[in-house]
Unconditional design. Structure first.
Length: 189
């Protein structure tokens, strides 16, 4: 059994505002991803069985990286349960680009508000992973804290600024909502 990766971050914004920032593709395009990455595009169908498929380009002319969340539970505005993985541009699950990394991660994100401050707590663990993949995951907690820290710094800045739907310094490119194709649906599980 794997040890869960757990991280919480509080944002000076009401619950509904944070929920929108983590579930609206136009808003995700403004802040989601590691610091310095450029947003390419994303699609999102927010429902159990639906998916968020997104692409980013690494800094310094680095490679494109695609990811996917397949939603298991959507309980607006307080909980998301999903399985994340690396993907290709068509949304098909792909092997991770990092040796030994699990192909799928089971995630639970919860949000709670108190006094206009919303705390986002995430919990993640390998899903359908080998013992070696679970060990790699557990040995990477400090890197994950740093990565999510940078991503959540971007979310905090986005929430603190007036709403913008155009390019920002971190992410550029198109964003849109679309229905999943039958081909993509076959590859969700």
């Amino acid at each position: 059994m794997s040890t869960d990766f757990v991280l919480s971050r509080s944002f000076s914004a009401p619950l509904d505002r944070v929920w929108k920032a983590i579930t609206d593709p136009a808003e995700l395009a403004q802040w989601w991803g590691p610091a310095g990455f450029t947003w390419l595009k994303g699609t999102l169908e927010l429902r159990p069985g639906g998916a968020f498929v997104y692409g980013m380009k690494a800094p310094n002319d680095g490679p494109e990286m695609w990811g996917k969340f397949v939603y298991e539970e959507v309980a607006a505005p307080s909980k998301l349960v999903f399985i994340s993985s690396f993907a290709n541009a068509a949304g098909e699950t792909m092997p991770p680009p990092f040796p030994g990394w699990p192909t799928e991660i089971y995630n639970i994100w919860t949000l709670e508000e108190s006094g206009g401050v919303t705390t986002l707590s995430l919990r993640g663990r390998p899903f359908n992973a080998t013992e070696a993949e679970r060990n790699t995951f557990e040995s990477s907690f400090s890197n994950m804290q740093q990565g999510f820290g940078g991503t959540f710094d971007q979310l905090a800045a986005f929430l603190a600024s007036p709403r913008q739907y155009g390019p920002n310094p971190h992410h550029q490119g198109e964003h849109h909502v679309s229905q999943l194709t039958p081909r993509l649906r076959r590859h969700l599980r």
